[in-house]
Design a binder for this molecule. Structure first.
Ligand code: PLP
Length: 392
């Protein structure tokens, strides 16, 4: 019988331990009800603006095949993906949805978009001309979105391109523009002057283009206030429980928890070293739990801790155990000396991410952001999708 550490876990957690096969090295539990509740909370927060969902990169690593239907059932009608392959998958999962492709079109790919009624987000005159030509070929302009650059200098049309398009009625006549959007550079810092600057540029350039819905805010932009909502907001990270904004928490709760098995517990004598490069050595007797998660599971190698350093953590019943030594591909070693009565034993589940360790904390400890942590989590782990009405 597997012993659990259930006391600090959310009430719905116990079932997913029971659902995992005994050989699973780890569990990634995704709460689809909370995901739906997060989308609805954001929808209510931005009303009367509309709320889309960004589901690129396999729904931030959580599984588009489960996430998209759950969001569609919650009422979401607009889905943003990054690539055509993602759009194809989204089309089968949300047959009635509007599916927008943030990367736009690569040369020669237009027809594949119209075949599945995906709307490319066009960022240059070259793309716009190709899309216009596609409209000519199919006999009517095809729906699309335009991306204008307001200062991020990543994708998006420059001001001269916008003015050129605005003056080209022939080209405009070949387009069915449904959305004009831009993207913020510093929205996670509410007081950053760039937010107001980009907002001003949007207000200035937007009227040059035809009447269509307007969108500026992603997760963190939503928290900048109603001024930034325009007609449509595009949250991704916040849907999955992430807190993108520093200082202005989104009205969402965590969706993901991850646990990995303790494979072995061993006692170290003073002077013994742990792991590759012998980077950690015990000054006093230590007890080490070896856990079945490594950098191939999204537990970044940067979470390693040589002697005297602080790296990452796992937790048992809300109590942290620090990583000691190098994180390797499949394994981490953690110091559980402080766990007595009960002590940590083989078969226990270590929290990688959950009620104790947030996405943001894990990201910061690894020198990155929660977004990267989220999109890399647990590809080898057993996945459990929690749903009120379904089997888990
Ligand atoms: C990824 C992305 C989003 C979603 O961003 P989050 O911070 O995850 O909400 C929105 N818009 C664009 C253009 C994006 O690339």
């Amino acid at each position: 019988m597997t012993r659990l550490w259930p006391d600090l876990m959310p009430s719905n957690s116990n079932a997913f331990f029971a659902a995992a096969p005994p050989e699973a090295p780890g569990i990634l539990a995704i709460d689809l009800d909370q995901l739906a509740a997060n989308w609805q909370a954001l929808r209510d927060y931005v009303a009367p603006a509309q709320c889309a969902a960004v589901v690129k990169a396999d729904a931030y690593g959580l599984g588009a095949d489960r996430v998209i239907p759950a969001l569609a059932a919650a009422g979401c009608r607009v889905f943003f993906v990054a690539t055509l392959a993602e759009a194809r998958q989204a089309r089968t999962l949300a047959p009635q949805g509007n599916i927008l492709v943030l990367d736009g079109i690569t040369p020669g790919a237009s027809e594949a978009y119209t075949q599945i009624n995906a709307w490319p987000v066009l960022s240059s005159l070259a793309e716009i001309k190709e899309w216009g030509q596609e409209g000519v070929q199919r006999g009517s302009p095809a729906p699309c979105a335009l991306h204008i650059d307001t200062g991020l200098n990543r994708l998006g049309m420059s001001e001269p391109d916008i003015r050129a398009l605005a003056g080209d009625t022939h080209l405009l006549g070949r387009l069915d523009i449904r959305l004009v959007m831009s993207h913020l550079a510093c929205a996670d810092e509410p007081d950053h002057p760039k937010n107001a600057k980009q907002h001003d540029v949007m207000r200035q350039l937007r009227p040059l283009l035809p009447n269509a819905a307007t969108s500026l805010a992603a997760s963190d932009g939503i928290m900048l206030g109603p001024n930034f909502h325009f007609d449509l907001v595009r949250p991704g990270y916040a849907l999955y429980g992430g807190q993108a904004s520093k200082g202005r928490p989104a009205p969402v709760k965590p969706v993901v928890q991850s646990f990995a098995r303790v494979l072995q517990v061993r006692d170290l004598a003073p002077g013994a070293t742990v792991g590759y490069s012998a980077s950690y050595s015990a000054e006093q007797p230590r007890r080490i739990a070896v856990i079945a998660a490594g950098y191939a599971d999204g537990f970044f190698r940067h979470l390693s801790a040589a002697a005297g350093e602080t790296g990452g953590f796992v937790a048992f019943s809300g109590k942290r155990a620090p990583v000691v030594g190098r994180v390797s591909m499949d394994l981490i070693t953690t110091d559980v000396t402080a766990f007595n009565d009960p002590s940590v034993v083989r078969g226990d589940w270590a929290e990688i991410l959950g009620p104790t360790i947030t996405l943001e904390e894990m990201g910061a400890a690894a020198g990155t952001i929660g977004y990267e942590t989220l999109t890399r989590l647990g590809r080898r782990f057993h996945r459990v999708y929690l749903e009120r009405d379904g089997d888990i």
